[in-house]
Design a protein around this ligand. Structure first.
Ligand code: SF4
Ligand code: SF4
Length: 187
């Protein structure tokens, strides 16, 4: 199958109408903003956040990030939550990193039913009744419409994101239910 053009507005309009709320609606419990080290940034995240905060890239990196094993990630605040967690939401919501925008449509949850089952247990926003195939397809379309995918040519990219081509395959798959081969196919 050929990868469709991003400019295919008819398909996008259809997907915009397709309701990801059928599988996920954030309950704003804040749990996914707790903990150490989960938010890995790609270069466009750093640039977006630095601009949003009115900082140079250097100052943003120095103040809000750390580099661990070759990957740049957000630091935690004093409470152990993400440095940008306000306790009742995200203080940089409009500019938040792609992995935050992608949740719960992470690589694992779109390619492995057992990973989705664990995510359901931890995130009250994922509908308990959402089936894997429907969740994966809604998620892939949600990510493509918003341009959230693994940046090509960045070796230190967030592992939670999928390559754009792979998202297209899930988004257009007509072999529902799940065929059991996706995890092995992801490069
Ligand atoms: S854990 Fe789920 S429901 Fe809670 S804030 Fe995060 S995404 Fe929303
Ligand atoms: S950037 Fe915002 S959404 Fe992402 S972990 Fe931090 S507080 Fe949560």
């Amino acid at each position: 199958m050929n990868t469709p053009e991003i400019s295919d507005s008819g398909r996008y309009a259809l997907w915009e109408d397709a309701d990801s709320a059928a599988v996920f609606v954030c309950r704003r419990c804040g749990d996914c903003c707790n903990g150490q080290g989960g938010i890995v940034l790609c270069s466009k995240d750093s640039e977006r956040l630095a601009t949003h905060l009115g900082l140079s890239l250097f100052a943003f990196h120095a103040q809000y990030t750390e580099e661990v094993r070759g990957k740049r990630r957000l630091v935690c605040g004093g409470s152990g939550s993400c440095v940008f967690s306000s306790g009742c939401g995200c203080s940089v919501h409009e500019a938040k990193p792609d992995v935050c925008r992608a949740w719960p449509f992470f690589r694992g949850n779109l390619t492995d039913p057992s990973s989705l089952a664990m995510a359901k247990a931890g995130c009250p926003g994922i509908h308990a009744a959402a089936d894997f195939a429907g969740f994966a397809q809604a998620g892939a379309r949600y990510l493509l419409v918003r341009g959230i995918c693994l940046p090509p040519n960045e070796t230190a990219s967030p592992a939670a994101l999928l390559p754009e081509q792979f998202l297209w395959r899930i988004a257009e798959e007509d072999t529902l239910p799940y065929m059991g081969t996706r995890t092995e196919e992801v490069q």
